[in-house]
Design a protein around this ligand. Structure first.
Ligand code: NAG
Ligand code: NAG
Ligand code: NAG
Ligand code: NAG
Ligand code: NAG
Ligand code: NAG
Ligand code: NAG
Length: 375
């Protein structure tokens, strides 16, 4: 089994890398436009009230209901309905209340992804109702073998709305299931920060068919087998999303090509319509345009943000305060595994047995998912 996965891996990594996509990668191109920031510290969307213009659907259509929120449905090969935030956040908390999709080979995901391919993920395999996977990437690097974890839960993820929360700071990233900490990744654990996700992210929530027969064998195997669309439709439900943006700003600009968080320049709001609560698709587009055209001005006006962030390279007040915050949150009957570079570890979550095992096959597949979400 292990051998099979490992054997399938080489091809999969190649495929994932080839399909990895970003509009403009600021670590290789100094002319990338600034990102539109979420210009407030607290944001939420309730999909039981209907669709939101703060989110763009990648493809297909979603339906909305007052009881189950946004329904993202796969009915045929090629469907990958995904809600993508029109704004970026720069460190923060993202809580998604959702039900994962059932279905062999169907993958539900919550992905934070940046322009230089930093990524923090949740993934659910349709054939595994009592399980979730976690993953991360730094700068699109897929070569590590220790990023993905599989967490077995004493709880169904498909029939009940659950709270999947990421708390992402420059010091560490924590994954919480219904308030229980199930994984911690520290900056140092990720190749001394080099592979640590640390640049402004968009939020992507959606599903895709890892088990589609056109996918690589390794992807289909990871997804739990080939998808039979006649068993569908396969639906994931997103009730609501809460976001705290720890560094609100109208724009985020990469100040250099390092991809370090200390290089990110936080700009003042360039357009009041970037306030997500009032934006619609049209105004967000114009906000993006004005961010692009005024990027020089944005850089200038944000010099103080840039210089204060420069001090962060080793340790910072932000880092220490956030470590202690998550440590106390973790004390409520949860035990966390601080991820090290070892390939297996065990954690226990209140009432659940957690087995964490790792292989880069998941890493590669998650990147593939991200590539698909960029449609
Ligand atoms: C760099 O980004 C700009 C803006 O998106 C684009 O026009 C240009 O083609 C890119 N250059 C390269 C070498 O990719
Ligand atoms: C990618 O990650 C691997 C494993 O952690 C590391 O050995 C390698 O140096 C990284 N590559 C880059 C370009 O950072
Ligand atoms: C989800 O859990 C987080 C903590 O893990 C909490 O802050 C948040 O309020 C919860 N959201 C909902 C809708 O229950
Ligand atoms: C737009 O934002 C600016 C600066 O934040 C503020 O002074 C101004 O009152 C805002 N205008 C509106 C209409 O909200
Ligand atoms: C650090 O925290 C301060 C407020 O406590 C904030 O102004 C600053 O932007 C933060 N820097 C980073 C890089 O998160
Ligand atoms: C640290 O975490 C707390 C919540 O745990 C949050 O309110 C605060 O803004 C965070 N600060 C930074 C700079 O990330
Ligand atoms: C602590 O965990 C229990 C379940 O184990 C939960 O009912 C309770 O709400 C949690 N308290 C806090 C403050 O998170």
């Amino acid at each position: 089994m292990h051998f099979t996965k490992t054997a399938a891996l080489a091809g999969l990594v190649g495929l994932a890398s080839a399909q990895t996509y970003t509009d403009c990668n600021p670590t290789t191109n100094t002319s990338c436009p600034s990102d539109v920031g979420l210009d407030k510290s607290s944001y939420s969307v309730d999909f039981t009230a209907g669709e939101s213009s703060d989110w763009t659907l990648s493809s297909e259509s979603a339906t909305y209901s007052s009881s189950t929120g946004a329904a993202l449905t796969i009915t045929k090969s090629g469907d990958a309905p995904t809600l993508i935030s029109n704004f970026y956040i720069f460190f923060g908390r993202v809580s998604v209340m959702m039900r994962a999709s059932p279905g062999t080979g169907i993958v539900s995901s919550v992905v934070l992804e940046s322009d230089d391919l930093d990524e923090v993920d949740w993934e659910w395999i349709g054939g595994e109702d009592n399980q979730v996977q976690t993953d991360y990437f730094g700068k699109g690097n897929t070569t590590a073998y220790d990023r993905g974890t599989i967490v077995n839960l004493d709880a169904a993820t498909q029939s009940t709305f659950r709270n999947w929360t990421l708390v992402w700071t420059e010091a560490e990233t924590n994954w919480y299931f219904d308030g229980s900490l199930i994984r911690t990744l520290t900056y140092a654990d990720a190749l001394n920060g080099k592979n640590y996700p640390q640049t402004p992210m968009r939020v992507k929530v959606g599903s895709w068919a890892g088990g589609d027969s056109s996918n690589a064998e390794g992807t289909i195997e990871w997804a739990g087998g080939e998808t039979d669309y006649s068993d569908g439709p396969f639906t994931m439900y997103v009730e609501s999303i809460e976001i705290e943006n720890y560094n609100p700003g109208g724009s985020y600009t990469y100040g250099d090509m390092t991809g370090d968080y200390s290089s990110i320049v936080i700009g003042a709001s360039t357009d009041n319509s970037t306030d997500a609560s009032s934006s619609d698709t049209t105004s967000t587009t114009s906000a993006k345009t004005s961010t692009k055209t005024s990027s020089t001005k944005t850089k200038t006006s944000a010099v103080s943000a840039a210089s204060s962030a420069t001090s962060v390279s080793g340790s910072s007040a932000n880092a220490s305060s956030n470590s202690s915050a998550s440590a106390s949150a973790a004390s409520n009957g949860t035990a966390s595994t601080s991820s090290t570079s070892s390939s297996t570890s065990i954690a226990s979550v209140s009432g659940a047995t957690t087995v964490i095992s790792c292989s880069s096959i998941w890493a590669a597949t998650a990147l593939l998912a991200a590539a698909i979400f960029n449609l």
